[in-house]
Design a protein around this ligand. Structure first.
Ligand SMILES: Nc1nc2c(ncn2[C@@H]2O[C@H](COP(=O)(O)OP(=O)(O)OP(=O)(O)O)[C@@H](O)[C@H]2O)c(=O)[nH]1
Ligand SMILES: [Mg+2]
Length: 349
């Protein structure tokens, strides 16, 4: 996953390394050199410990103001290189405001800072990039398991999104996960629109051993959600998972129907399910669904096939709601908890 974006970030680092260091900054006093040496020791330790997504080593830049010979990143060269990064991110379907935020963050982090010639500039750039990415992803993260645990039961979760993004599959994956954690759940077959939708859920429900509440095709989705919640209350089921029909965000009638479903079911969490392969479109859809029913979180599916990573980098920032899971394949267990570290680790692995 994310191969193309990872490659682009790697070539950005190389470009910076080749082009950017311009001004020599001489070392000063002997005393300064000693201080520099002491700090270098500290840096070495940090570097050893600094594998993975720990991005807290901005001291690489800030902490070494005097005492040793180094180089500085000049603004003009930085602008040229950042322009290339901007193109690379756009080609990866990263939304424009997110590109801007990453660029501005890097500028603040890198321009005019002194870097010792002895240190690998790659480490410095990578650290700054990781921090920039963490920054755009750190939107009110929600821990799904803690949410389910702490919430009064039954917890009602409603899944929305356009056609074919992976709503039903994600519901089955979550039902499987909940079962692993010892929770009982019931699925509401509130997609009464698409041919085969109810049968698809019947297959999952049989395999997973999870109760399915269904009416006939064409019946009222809100009534099914209502019945499912009543069933959960009566049988002490802890979680209700409401499947809904895929709908284009531009279809006013279907978007209104979804509002009605929300009014009746009063979900504790509305989860937008987006297909990562649709890039910027997924971001636009998330914005539209949020405007209509106010989503709480997002799941991004098909990440296993997504080379670009743009939607994963952009949705939370664009909508102001966190991604809680990513779909990583077609098996029930192919659901990863998403958090900024998860993304950063995969982009720089
Ligand atoms: N590779 C991969 N495929 C996925 C993932 N999630 C869903 N799919 C596939 O995407 C297709 C559509 O999934 P569904 O769950 O039926 O999508 P939906 O949103 O319910 O579709 P509608 O009900 O028609 O709106 C199926 O073939 C799934 O197996 C994922 O994370 N990775
Ligand atoms: Mg479906």
């Amino acid at each position: 996953m994310f191969q193309a974006l990872r490659e682009k970030l790697r070539s950005f680092k190389k470009k910076v390394k080749d082009d950017i260091l311009e001004e020599d900054v001489p070392g000063d006093s002997v005393k300064g050199k000693k201080e520099g040496a002491a700090k270098k020791g500290k840096f070495k330790k940090r570097k050893k410990a600094g594998k993975g997504a720990d991005t807290g080593d901005s001291e690489l830049l800030d902490g070494y103001e005097g005492g040793w010979a180094g180089k500085k990143i000049g603004e003009k060269k930085m602008d040229d290189v950042l322009w290339e990064l901007e193109l690379a991110l756009m080609e990866s379907d990263v939304a424009v405001p997110v590109v801007e935020e990453i660029k501005n963050f890097l500028k603040k982090e890198l321009i005019g800072k002194k870097i010792s010639r002895k240190y690998d500039i790659d480490v410095v750039i990578e650290s700054a990039l990781k921090k920039a990415i963490m920054n755009v992803l750190s939107i009110d993260t929600i821990n799904f398991d803690a949410f389910v645990k702490s919430h009064s039961k039954p917890v009602v979760l409603m899944f929305v999104g356009i056609n074919g993004t992976g709503k039903t599959t994600s519901i089955a994956k979550i039902a499987y996960r909940l079962k692993q954690y010892g929770y009982s759940s019931v699925i509401a077959a509130s997609d009464t629109f698409r041919a085969g939708a109810i049968e698809q859920l019947e297959r999952h429900s049989a395999k997973l051993g999870v109760k399915l509440i269904k009416h006939q095709k064409g019946s009222d989705p809100a009534a099914i959600a209502y019945d499912s919640i009543e069933h959960a209350k009566a049988r002490k089921k802890e979680v209700v998972l409401i499947d809904t029909a895929g709908r284009m965000q531009t279809n006013v009638n279907l978007m209104d129907e979804m509002k009605k479903l929300k009014r009746i079911a009063k979900p504790d969490m509305i989860i937008f399910v987006g297909d990562s392969l649709s890039g910027n479109d997924a971001v636009e859809q998330a914005i539209q669904f949020n405007n209509t029913v106010e989503i709480d979180t997002a799941i991004l599916t098909k990440i296993d096939a997504d080379a670009k990573g743009g939607a994963a980098l952009s949705i939370a920032h664009a909508v102001g709601k966190p991604i809680i899971f990513v779909g990583t394949g077609q098996k029930y267990s192919d659901l990863d908890e998403f958090n900024p570290n998860w993304m950063v680790e995969r982009l720089f692995e």
